[in-house]
Design a protein around this ligand. Structure first.
Ligand code: KG4
Ligand code: ZN
Length: 332
């Protein structure tokens, strides 16, 4: 079954063609240069940019896969969560194709799609497992009992991990989105130089809170600047990265053990973080858990992961119809 997949939830316009777990084409047009001017995503501009490029990207995705619309059996599209205007461009475009070509349409949850990047990468991977999904908008620990059945075990109470990375990076003078640049900067620093807080949410062992940690880093930077002292950017970046990676990996391993999972899956843009990958690999190994991580190209937003999750949704009979609507928040 060839599936045309569309992703427009934030600042990447992406179109792919997949056949089950196999990727036939995967085209991503990033809007980063556009939003960098403003230090963050401008929702209205994101929607416009999606509209401007989506038709051309679809032609390109079909061309790369050496297929035409007649070879497509279904259309998958991210419908939630994300920026509502941005999501609507993809959903409307997908509905147009489905209607014109008489194809079934399947709405895909973006967080589930991030997890599916691992099915593409690891052909042997099957549920059940625990998924840690960390991106610019989300930080979730999810129990995945089946390809389409997810239970929230933990989540952030405030900032997402990627959001915290981006904010600290911005104050350190790094360009948007600063997560990658902060990761690179951190590699030259001392992770023990600053002791940043590891917040615990009272009574919720597997929830996260990154806002205090972020504020703590921002206060240190501002105080040093006010006193006219040099900001040890590399040490701050390293200590901050260590705190985020420590909290995410320790709670992930604890949740896996407490909920009886022997497999752990890492996903989302922040899954590209080198220290998180390293620490989670070490801690899962120490606890006899098998870890699955996607390659860097499949960590960030792309449509291949949407198509792959769409395939499993279709197998479960979760197709939508022309009433499919976009939704800014996640439902599981
Ligand atoms: O999954 P994604 O592409 O978009 C959302 O669904 O939000 O994630 C983007 C986020 C951004 O916050 C970006 O800074 C962060 O992932 N990110 C990283 C790294 N690479 C991307 N954060 C930390 N370290 C990285 N290496
Ligand atoms: Zn994402």
């Amino acid at each position: 079954m060839n599936i045309l997949a569309i992703e427009t939830s934030c600042d990447e316009t992406a179109v792919a063609v997949v056949n089950g777990r196999k990727v036939l084409s995967n085209i991503v047009a990033s809007q980063i240069d556009l939003h960098r001017l403003y230090g963050g995503v401008v929702p209205e501009m994101a929607s416009r940019a999606h509209i401007e490029s989506i038709s051309q990207l679809t032609r390109q995705a079909l061309g790369t896969a050496m297929l035409s619309f007649d070879d497509i059996q279904a259309v998958a599209v991210t419908y939630a969560p994300g920026l509502i205007g941005a999501l609507l461009t993809g959903v409307s475009f997908a509905k147009g194709i489905a209607l014109a070509k008489g194809l079934p349409i399947v709405g895909v949850n973006h967080i589930k799609a991030h997890v599916a990047a691992n099915y593409i990468e690891h052909s042997e991977l099957e549920p059940p497992f625990l998924a840690l999904v960390v991106s610019g908008g989300h930080s979730h620990l999810m129990g995945v009992s089946d390809y389409t059945k997810f239970t929230v075990i933990g989540q952030t109470r405030d900032d997402a991990a990627g959001e915290a990375f981006d904010k600290v990076a911005r104050v350190l003078g790094l360009p948007y989105p600063g997560g990658v640049a902060l990761d690179v900067l951190a590699s030259g620093g001392d992770a023990q130089a600053f002791e940043f807080p590891r917040a615990v949410v009272d009574g919720f062992l597997y929830d996260f809170s990154f806002s205090g940690l972020k504020t703590s880093a921002l206060n240190i930077i501002h105080n040093l600047k006010q006193k006219g002292e040099e900001v040890p950017s590399e040490d701050i970046a390293a200590s901050f990265r260590e705190a985020v990676a420590d909290v995410l990996s320790s709670r992930c391993v604890a949740a896996a053990k407490a909920h009886g999972f022997n497999k752990v899956v890492l996903a989302g843009g922040v899954a590209a973080n080198s220290r998180l990958r390293e620490l989670l690999a070490q801690r899962t190994l120490d606890n006899s858990l098998k870890l699955y991580i996607p390659s860097l190209s499949l960590c960030g937003d792309n449509a291949a992961m949407v198509g792959c999750q769409g395939y499993f949704e279709m197998l479960s009979g979760n197709t939508s119809d022309m009433t499919l609507n976009a939704c800014a928040t996640a439902h599981f």
